[in-house]
Design a protein around this ligand. Sequence first.
Ligand code: SAH
Length: 378
Amino acid sequence: MGSCAVCSTWEYGGRMRDGGGGPPVYSSSSHILAPKFAVLVGHNRKIISSLKIGGRRRRRMSLNTAAAMTATEKLQKGIAELYDESSGIWEDIWGDHMHHGFYQPGSDVSISDHRLAQIRMIEESLRFASLSDDSLQKPRKIVDVGCGIGGSSRYLAIKYEAECRGITLSPVQAQRAQELASARGLDGQVSFQVADALNQPFPDGEFDLVWSMESGEHMPDKAKFVNELARVAAPGGTIIIVTWCHRDLSPSEESLTSHETTILNKICDAYYLPAWCSTADYIELLKSLSLEDIKAADWSEFVAPFWPAVIRSALTWRGITSLLRSGWKTIKGALAMPLMVEGYKKGLVKFVIITCRKPALLRLTTNLPATFHNPIHY
Ligand code: SAH
């Protein structure tokens, strides 16, 4: 396998490591097939010969696997602790949506508009995915992957009169999300649990709408992440991924610049993020799963006022005292906020929406001959 921008284990500059390891390096996305896809497109010989290798090498490989698992576990522990620690203060100041707002460029916004802008983000995402409000076509079962304190889950459940299941790594978030649902009389209709998006506790084909609002950037294995989203989607179901990406590489580029890598590494360190990928990388992954109606858009300009507003709110008396009472992970996150502003300004950080549909008739599969796949409309 060559250098991979999207893989189960991240291979950069000759090193292979799990996404939860040390600072990631961002390299060419020209070859983005994950090992699991490589098996399906003709790299079988390499895989089979690696199964035949002798004892010492095999032992070394299993030790590497153990080390890689530890890195993922470490990353997920950090994510859980970050959100356990910071969700209360976020809710106090910003309410129950832990995502960017969607703003019309040039509009002058007050604090109450930021909350409206977060709702607008949900509505614009649904519109982009052409989700129907029609009572016969609207989603009945929804999963909110990386649900925070359940802002989207409750909103979508009420809007569509649907059942919604939310998963998060943070026990504090899951509990708070459920309390807020109960307070709105949504018990039974909306439920939350601590679970891993990369290994979801749901059967195949369960949900008409698979929703991931700003959780994808935390996933150390983008191929597995997308695979799980597709697995739990019902035939004909819609998948919506709104996430942070780095800019697409141009055909002549092998990697991001070292200055760009330095900025991303600092952001990753502050927010417990593994290596990022580009929008083009996501599209390749979705295509490899034969998903349909794949669409993507760069919404960076529509979210530009968000981080400056978060920084302003952190610098108020209430913001500062809350931060001081929170903990080191939250403070570290706050100190890194100007880096997000810089990343957007430089065109390095991209706020992206990617949507697609699981084929209604074709069983989701990656191992059929290319000619058997449905056409991809991207
Ligand atoms: N979607 C929510 C919260 C975004 S914050 C909102 O818009 O309000 C990111 C969320 O992703 C957190 O809830 C975090 O726990 C969750 N997350 C990150 N990695 C995850 C994983 N591997 N499995 C499940 N949830 C994850």
